[in-house]
Structures are given as C-alpha cells and as structure tokens.
Write a protein that binds this ligand. Structure first.
Ligand code: DOR
Ligand code: ZN
Ligand code: ZN
Length: 428
C-alpha cells in the first residue's frame, strides 16, 4: 500500500451504525478494507490516523458554478476545486453558464484540461442545451459528448420553448445522455426575486409563484415520457414539483431530481429583510410548507440527491441591493456541516441517509465509478470530524466569494481531510 487510513469510523448500513475500519490504498484505488480489530502492517506506506473521525466516500456535487471562463472575479476552476475539496467534495459537475457559454467542444475541453492541470478534485462539465443558453438553437450534442460533456443543461434559465425541449430530449436519448433542467417559466416571474408567500406579502413585493417552477417540471416529465430521455430536475423547491416528480416516478418515467441545502433548512420567512442579497437565490426560498414537502420528497426517494448549486458572486455585486444583485449563494464549505447539524445531530435522519444522498445516489444516477467505500473503487475519500463545533466564517472560505446567508451559524461535522484517487488534496 501507499496509504493507510487507520481507525476510521465507517457507516455500516447493515447494523445502522459506525464501525471501525482500516483502509489500504494503492494506485489510487481502495485495495483493502479491514476490520478495526485486525493488525495492519503499514510498511513504508503513509498513514493517516482517522481515530474518532468519520471516514466516508468522497462527497459528490452534481450542480455547481465555477464561473470559468469569463467570470473569474467570482471563482475559477482552481479556487472552486479548492473550496469544494475543503467541503469534502471529491467530484463536482459544473454548469455551462459561463462566458463564453460552454456550448462548444473547445470550451468543454478547456474546463477538463484546466481541472486536470489543477490536479485537485474531479470536475465534470455539463454543456448547454442551446447555443449561448438563448433557447433558440440546439448545440451539437454529439460533438459535446465526444469532447467530454456529461449532460446538457441551460442552468440559470429555463428552456422556454416546449418543442426545443422535446427536440433536446430526443437527441439526448439517441446519445444516451441526460437532460438537466433549471425549471422556470419566464412569463410567471417578471420583476420578482422572492417567493410568493408571507415574506413577499409583508414587504409588498411581487412574488415568484410556485407554478413558475412546477409548470416546467410537469411539461418536461411528459416530454421525458414521450421521448424516453433521462430527465433530471435541478434544485427542486416547491411542493407542486415534488408531487409531479413523485407521480412521474410512479408511472416509470425516467426522471431524477436534486435539492439544495438552503431549500431544506431555510424558508422565505427566515429572510431577515431587504438589506442582504445573500438571501437571494434562484429558485428563491419558499414557504415552510414547501420546505416540508422537499424534505419529505428527499426522505421518500422522490428527490434522489443533494447538490449545493454553489453560485459564487463578488461582494460588490451582492452589495447592489436585493433588486439588482445577482441570484445565488456559495455552498461547498457549509453543505455537510449544515445538513449534519440540522438533520443528523437532531436524530431526524441517520448519518447513512445523509451520506448516501451525497455519495451513492448521485453516483448511481449519473453512472460514476465512485461514491462508495469499497475494495476496487477509486480512493475518493472524505474524513470528517463530527464532534467539532464551529461557527461559519465566510472570511475563511477558500472560494473567491463569501455570499452565504449562513455566516455565524454554529455547526458541527466539519471535513478535515479530502482524498482523491488516493492523494490528499485538502487537509485541515
Ligand atoms: O441562484 C442561482 N444562481 N440560480 C441559478 O439558476 C443560477 C445561479 C448562478 O449562475 O448564479
Ligand atoms: Zn438553476
Ligand atoms: Zn445552478
């Protein structure tokens, strides 16, 4: 072996608890997983003592914005990878709403090559569905797949034209590729940034209605049924979307879905006021009823995975006020502690449930060869100190941006070491 991780606590689904294991790594692959009681001859291998800590398969985040090329003042592929690694992520999939948009084989290759040069975590690029994400003309799916794109999405905007979406799904199906959709009907959201609810009423704001999201979900599951394409719903935020996805799954439509930590732990009523654009994201924070529905959807398997929608924006951009500031919050460096503290430490979820939604289920939906702690799989591993309690300090983020509503929150469950293909890429 070249690396042994000794005495780590590993989630054991069979017993529903943690068991101590030693993990031996060579050639970037997990070679051996031994019981904690076994003797290990570590020889000349590097040793990490993970005693008292959780050892998990590396976290996977299938929805992130790295802003590179074009918006490197917000983030770039290197800083985004470092920020992700600090959050325990070993694989991320990045959105194409860059400048230029990732809509050509050249830009796909740019992302892959820059990430490989950074040699930190695994970065998988999506390419756009339509050229420049304008909704007018499909991109060259076959060439983009050939260049290394793992799916197609116009994230940031919804595909407004149903025929365009149907054509995209037909083509995606023929190439065995997924369509990933930001669901938003533009005609229903004009001039609003907060959800329709108590908050928008209280402040006399025009609200974004739930139907603006759910109408696209309903349309697209029908198009998925008609074309047979794998359709994946981005950042589900409403009760109605959950209901439609549940129904679609129940009749065998090839639909999967994701939810973000902020939509699981925050509601519109938590927004402190109109002064802080770090509470502005798209989709917006919804009503407590929607929050309960997305939690239930995740718990019953309607929603498959958790993603951050890491969306860095500079302090200057976020200081423009809620009306003018861009939508989005960073997510890598708070996701696991947030969910561990809110759902696992409180006894609502098992640790295994949370881990599976950040490792196994995204890997299985997107057919990745990672996401499991098992002999013969890539040594993508995250070590977490479940006990340490610390408050969120955006100043310490490795991301170029600190746009988060979670500053000052006291959380536990902080990653301490992140390993990709057997190499330590971040350590506290
Ligand atoms: O909050 C968001 N930020 N939602 C999106 O759909 C886009 C993203 C971004 O690119 O900033
Ligand atoms: Zn989106
Ligand atoms: Zn996004």
């Amino acid at each position: 072996m070249t690396l042994w991780i000794l005495n780590g606590s590993v989630w054991d689904e069979g017993s529903g608890g943690l068991v101590v294991k030693h993990i031996g790594i060579r050639d970037g692959v997990i070679q051996e997983i031994k019981d904690g009681s076994a003797d290990v001859d570590t020889g000349s291998a590097e040793v990490i003592d993970a005693g008292g800590k959780l050892v998990s398969a590396g976290f996977i985040d299938m929805h992130v914005h790295l802003r590179d090329p074009g918006f490197e003042h917000k983030e770039d592929i290197v800083t985004g990878s470092k920020s992700a690694a600090k959050g325990g992520f070993t694989t991320i999939a990045c959105m194409p709403n860059t400048r230029p948009v990732i809509d050509t084989p050249e830009t796909v290759r740019y992302v892959i090559e820059k990430a490989e040069k950074a040699d930190l975590i695994k970065v998988l690029p999506y390419a756009s569905i339509t050229k420049n994400e304008l909704g007018r003309e499909l991109t060259d799916f076959a060439a983009l797949k050939e260049a290394g794109a793992i799916g197609f999405t116009d994230d940031g905007v919804g595909v407004q034209n149903a025929q365009m979406m149907k054509d995209a799904m037909t083509l995606a199906k023929s190439l065995d590729m997924p369509i990933i959709a930001h669901c938003e009907d533009d005609t229903l959201v004009v001039g609003a940034w907060a959800s329709e609810g108590e908050f928008s009423k209280k402040h006399g704001l025009k609200g974004i209605p739930n139907e603006s999201e759910a109408i696209h979900v309903g349309r697209d599951v029908l198009l998925s049924e008609a074309t047979g394409a794998h359709y994946h719903v981005c950042h589900v935020s409403t009760e109605q979307s959950v209901r439609l996805i549940r129904l679609a799954k129940s009749v065998g439509i090839s639909v999967t879905a994701e939810v973000c930590p902020h939509h699981l732990v925050l509601a519109d009523e938590d927004i402190p006021g109109l002064d802080d654009a770090n509470w502005k994201m798209n989709p917006p924070l919804r009503t407590p009823r929607d929050v309960a529905a997305v939690i239930e959807g995740l718990e019953d398997g309607t929603i498959d995975m958790i993603v951050t929608d890491h969306a860095p924006h500079s302090a200057e951009e976020k200081a423009r006020g809620v009306d003018l500031a861009p939508f989005g919050i960073v997510g890598f460096e708070t996701a696991f502690p947030l969910l561990y503290t809110k759902f696992v430490a409180t006894g609502k979820w098992t640790l295994g449930f949370l881990l599976s939604r950040m490792t196994e289920t995204p890997a299985s939906v997107f057919r990745l060869d990672t996401g499991k702690l098992a002999e013969g799989t890539p040594a993508d591993i995250t070590i977490v100190d479940l006990e340490s309690r610390r408050s969120v300090d955006p100043q310490t983020f490795l991301s170029k941006s600190g746009n988060t509503p979670f500053g000052g929150w006291e959380l536990s469950g902080w990653p301490t070491t992140t390993i990709v293909n057997g190499k330590v890429v971040w350590s506290e």
